[in-house]
Design a protein. Structure first.
Length: 289
């Protein structure tokens, strides 16, 4: 798992941080899954490479993960390390392919007209990762799949709100055009990094939708699977705190430093999540006022 673990360490992402709560075998398996997600996302985001070439590269990843799922010898090192994880945890090929379709949406789509269109994107790039992850974590109740879908959408909407300024520099606006129209915010304002009370109201509306999915995730997580979902629950806690921080700065992501949690804040959330689930506490770390 050397290649996957190297990619995971270098990423320094919140998802990689959450692996600390897993036993060694599952931690290695999640590193392999994360490395696959990171690699295909990087292919789609590499703007120095022409779009047709990136599309070809994603097709190669699609073919290679099909080989890995079929028990063959994949070409990419990440998929070679992922292959035994796929076999051990019976990770389904259609979910990997759905993820590739999700990152490929960034090759063609720079605007989303409605929430329905945006949530399809969120499902593909985030909920699908959750659905794959819970197979590694292990669960008893099939309702855990609904939990993974809801939590994935909550995390991705939070991520979108945090990264509006960065995405704008690449010409991308993920916030639904229908919401821009409703709050009288023009795409040009976002692309130029213009903050306004109208934008703050627009972002608050999207945040309310994210909060809705956090609540759904908390409400649908089966009691029997709470401990198994410890890593996912930590992710929920981290991104919930990010959302609260964004709300405190009234969603002004166009100036100042990027909204992040400090290392002490992350450590505190790790300890709180671990203690809460170990003691069987049902009070959520997210999804409530």
């Amino acid at each position: 798992m050397e290649v996957s673990q190297s990619i995971t360490r270098k990423s320094a992402s919140n998802l990689a941080l959450a692996f600390i709560l897993l036993p060694p075998e599952k931690r290695a398996a999640m590193s392999a899954l994360y490395a696959f997600c990171r690699e295909v996302d990087d292919v789609a985001d590499e703007e120095s490479v022409p779009v047709p070439r990136r599309r070809e590269q994603l097709a190669q990843w699609d073919a290679d993960i099909q080989t890995a799922c079929a028990g063959g010898e994949p070409m990419f090192a990440v998929n070679q390390e992922l292959r035994p994880v796929i076999a051990r945890h019976r990770l389904p090929l259609p979910l990997f392919q759905e993820l590739i379709r999700g990152v490929a949406m960034d090759l063609d789509t720079q605007r989303y007209d409605t929430y329905a269109e945006l949530e399809l994107y969120c499902y593909r790039v985030a909920s699908v990762v959750g659905l794959l992850s819970i197979e590694i974590f292990g669960y008893q109740d099939p309702a855990c799949r609904d939990y993974a879908i809801h939590l994935g959408k909550a995390l991705q909407l939070t991520n979108i709100l945090r990264d509006v300024g960065e995405d704008a520099t690449r010409g991308r606006i993920y916030l639904p055009q229908s919401e821009l129209t409703r709050f009288q915010v023009t795409p040009e304002e976002i692309l130029s990094g213009e903050y306004s009370e109208r934008y703050a109201a627009l972002a608050a509306s999207v945040a309310a939708r994210a909060r809705h999915f956090y609540r759904l995730a908390n409400d649908t997580l089966p009691a029997a699977d709470r401990r198994a979902m410890m890593t996912a629950e930590l992710m929920g806690s981290v991104y919930w705190r990010l959302l609260v921080k964004l709300e405190h700065r009234r969603f002004n992501v166009f100036t100042g430093p990027k909204t992040r949690l400090t290392k002490p804040q992350k450590i505190l959330l790790i300890l709180r999540t671990w203690l809460r689930l170990r003691t069987g506490a049902t009070t959520p770390n997210y999804g409530r006022p």
